[in-house]
Design a protein around this ligand. Structure first.
Ligand code: ATP
Ligand code: MG
Length: 733
């Protein structure tokens, strides 16, 4: 296997290479937190992936997912906020950039699995009880597989069931049941295991009869605890998701990362690791021996997973078994830990490669020095001046000891991935921005053809210019070139304008607008659609016929699109966005209206009532006065009648008074009519005032809706400019 570049010598800065086959004897990276362990490990993993070796990584901190983010140009959009800066930073770390490694890395297939969570690919981690193929034969050849495979399995079951009573006996009984069934080539399930615990098919466990070993009542208790795996919802979470398929994960080009951040407690993480190790062990059993490196298992940060001795959870035993046996199958194990005590010193002594970074305590240094067989003072001397990324590299396979500084990574490295980022790694199509910066054709011959067909590199110039000019939008430009090197190409520029995702909602993109850069060919809508050009077929074309000045046309297209976009976004406020926020807006408007209106109306009505009451009182007084006069008139009239009958002289006087009073009554009646009119007017005014108030409030609430609208600016769009080199015979003239 070819040597690889992992860093530079601290002494003279010369490149240090590493023979990946040394990894069959495993590697450990030790160092205090922040010493650069994860970066060192990722360097080795990148080299292995570039060499086509598949990797399974166990990631307790979420730091490894970045290995799946590769860009040939270090354009890490949308993972970074300032892509150009990051790009420069990455480029500055490489004097001799290995493009072929980058090319190979960009083809790997990363997948992030998240047990007990659907953020990444959810994966089921329940103990696998089916009999491994050819178990009996394997057991005859190598009796230790029983201990390596069955004992940890029964321990996991006891753990998962949360058994505490009769733990050791239960474990031993379950082991016996599994061994009995597997020897007969029979698969087990949790259900069949439960029934066999109650009624095993054998009569003795070791020297003891079943009943003497564990009474039936105790077996029933164990069975009911294990039944919890089937019934308890919290345990069910382990079951959800696809099954672990190590065979597939270990196909060339695959990088499978188990992100354990969502798994739960330390015990749960240990349980998860145990299941993964078991699956790997089962897979290896069928593999023939080899001395070449074929697969890698990488565990970042053992400290979070393995408690120091004397504690010994099943995953620790399984890891030790794997370290002892995996070498024969071509599985290289790469471990990182900040606590050297986590790895048994005998095991550390057996690990082929060690990278020792800054260590915290003399005790740690002492442990490491003893394990790798060098004097404490030598190690101390070496570690004294160490900075982040410096390691004492000790390779017992090649008998090398050097001080090195690890190289920087090709992949994106920046702390734990966020949830959306995990989804993007697993499904790049969902990224808000996909693509690369300017990429030159990879094939020399294609580039040649390209140059020949455009002596002045005309298309490239335009593209560069466009890149510069549209920077404020986005500068995404790329070449798509068909593989066959013998063809001549006609360049088309395609511009697609895409709004940035807006408030959880994304709008479909505009365009692409296609420009024929040669200006010679006539394009029509179908010419590109019907072509066999794959990437072109994906889109719905909107052809903008070529203008004399390509720059002008491009700007026109961008300008038009921006207007369209604004309109579309604005309209969407009325339809979609309001749709989304409709309830909120309407409810808040309604509440606003209701509260404001009710209180304003109340004030208005009260005021109006006060006024009205005054008038009504006048009217009442008026009516009272009128009535009393009417009464008096009636009394006087009656008096007059009596006097008329009995011959009173002063009759004319009375008639005069009556007449006068009757005139007053007419006056009062008139006044009453006027007052009634006033009241009517008053009521009308109140109605008018209320409706004005309602109108005002409506307007106010409408402004409230407006504040929910969105006015897109230049920054809100992304311009994708792609240069397509379409084989000449595919274009229509
Ligand atoms: N070779 C290097 N060149 C430049 N910077 C480095 C190098 N190695 C590590 N660093 C810097 O140190 C930081 C910490 O590195 P890394 O995450 O590998 O540490 P670690 O030992 O794994 O820490 P932890 O114990 O917290 O996981 C990196 O993010 C990076 O900024
Ligand atoms: Mg780390």
């Amino acid at each position: 296997m070819k040597n690889t570049f992992i860093g530079s010598k601290i002494e003279d800065g010369k490149e240090v290479s590493y023979n990946l086959n040394s990894l069959t004897q495993h590697a450990a990276v030790l160092g205090t937190t922040g010493s650069g362990k994860t970066v060192m490990c990722k360097v080795l993993i990148e080299e292995a992936l570039a060499a086509g070796i598949p990797v399974i990584a166990i990631d307790p901190k979420g730091d490894i997912g970045g290995l799946g983010i590769i860009s040939k140009t270090f354009d890490f959009r949308p993972f970074v906020s300032s892509p150009e800066k990051t790009q420069k930073l990455y480029l500055s770390n490489f004097q001799n950039l290995n493009n072929s490694n980058l090319n190979k890395l960009s083809q790997i297939k990363p997948k992030i699995f998240t047990p007990k969570s659907s953020i990444g690919a959810q994966i089921s981690l329940v103990p696998e009880l089916t009999a491994p193929d050819g178990f009996k034969e394997e057991l005859e050849k190598n009796p230790s597989i029983s201990a390596g495979l069955i004992d940890p399995l029964s321990e996991s079951i006891c753990q998962l069931a949360g058994l505490s009573l009769n733990y050791e006996k239960a474990k031993s009984l379950i082991s016996s049941i599994i061994l009995y069934n597997w020897n007969l080539g029979q698969d087990l399930t949790i259900e069949s295991l439960i029934s066999q615990i109650i009624k095993p098919s054998f009569e003795n466990v070791g020297m003891l009869s079943l009943e003497d070993f564990l009474k039936e009542a105790d077996r029933l208790k164990i069975a009911s605890s294990i039944n919890l795996i089937l019934s308890s919802p919290s345990k069910q979470a382990w079951k959800a998701g696809e099954k672990v398929n190590v065979k597939k994960m270990f196909e060339p080009g695959n990088l499978s990362i188990f992100d354990l951040r969502y798994t739960g407690s330390t015990e749960d993480k240990q349980y998860a690791v145990e299941q993964i190790l078991q699956e790997i062990y089962r897979f290896l059993l069928h593999k023939g021996g080899t001395d070449k490196l074929k697969y890698i298992l990488y565990i970042d940060e053992l400290a979070g997973l393995l408690p120091p001795p004397p504690s010994s959870p099943p995953c620790k035993k399984s890891l030790e078994t794997l370290i002892r046996q995996a070498r024969a199958f071509g599985l290289g194990i790469l471990l990182a830990t900040q606590n050297p005590g986590d790895i048994d010193y005998k095991i550390l002594g057996n690990i082929g490669t060690r990278f020792i970074g800054k260590l915290r305590t003399e005790n740690d240094m002492d442990k490491v020095a003893t394990a790798i067989g060098i004097s404490l003072s030598t190690l101390k001397q070496a570690l004294l001046t160490f900075k982040t990324g410096d390691f004492f590299y000790n390779n017992s396979v090649e008998n090398k000891s050097l001080k090195i500084h690890s190289r920087w990574l090709y992949s994106y490295h920046s702390g734990p991935l966020k949830e959306t980022e995990i989804r993007w790694v697993n499904n790049p199509q969902t990224r808000p921005v996909v693509g690369n910066l300017l990429e030159l054709p990879s094939k020399e011959s294609s580039r040649e053809t390209f140059r020949n067909s455009f002596p002045e590199n005309y298309a490239l110039k335009i593209l560069n210019k466009l890149k510069e000019q549209t920077k404020e939008y986005s500068d995404k430009t790329k070449f798509l070139i068909e593989d066959s090197p013998s063809r001549e190409y006609v360049p088309y520029l395609s511009i697609t304008i895409e709004p940035k995702p807006f408030k959880k909602k994304s709008f479909s993109s505009l365009g692409p607008y296609i420009f024929d850069l040669t200006n010679k060919s006539k394009l029509n809508e179908n010419s590109l659609k019907s072509g066999n050009w794959k990437s072109i077929k994906k889109y719905n074309y909107k052809i903008v016929s070529p203008k004399r000045s390509i720059k002008k046309s491009i700007y026109q297209a961008i300008g038009n699109s921006q207007i369209n976009l604004k309109r579309r976004l604005y309209q969407s406020k009325v339809t979609d966005v309001v749709d989304e926020e409709k309830d909120n807006v309407i409810t808040s408007n309604y509440n606003y209206m209701k509260e404001e209106l009710i209180s304003a109306k109340r004030i208005l009505t009260e005021k109006s009532f006060r006024g009205e009451n005054k008038i009504i009182k006048i009217l009442e007084a008026n009516t009272k006065k009128m009535n009393s006069i009417k009464n008096r008139v009636r009394v006087i009239k009656a008096g007059r009648l009596v006097r008329k009958i009995f011959g009173n002289k002063r009759l004319s006087d009375k008639t005069k008074r009556i007449k006068k009073m009757e005139r007053t009554i007419v006056k009062l009646r008139k006044k009453g009519k006027l007052i009634k009119q006033r009241i009517k007017k008053h009521k009308q005014a109140l109605r008018e005032k209320t409706s004005v108030l309602e109108g005002k409030l409506y307007q106010k609430s409408h402004t409230l809706t407006k504040s929910h609208t969105y006015n897109p600016s230049r920054k809100d769009i992304i311009v994708h400019a792609n240069l397509f080199l379409v084989p000449k015979e595919k274009t229509i003239y």
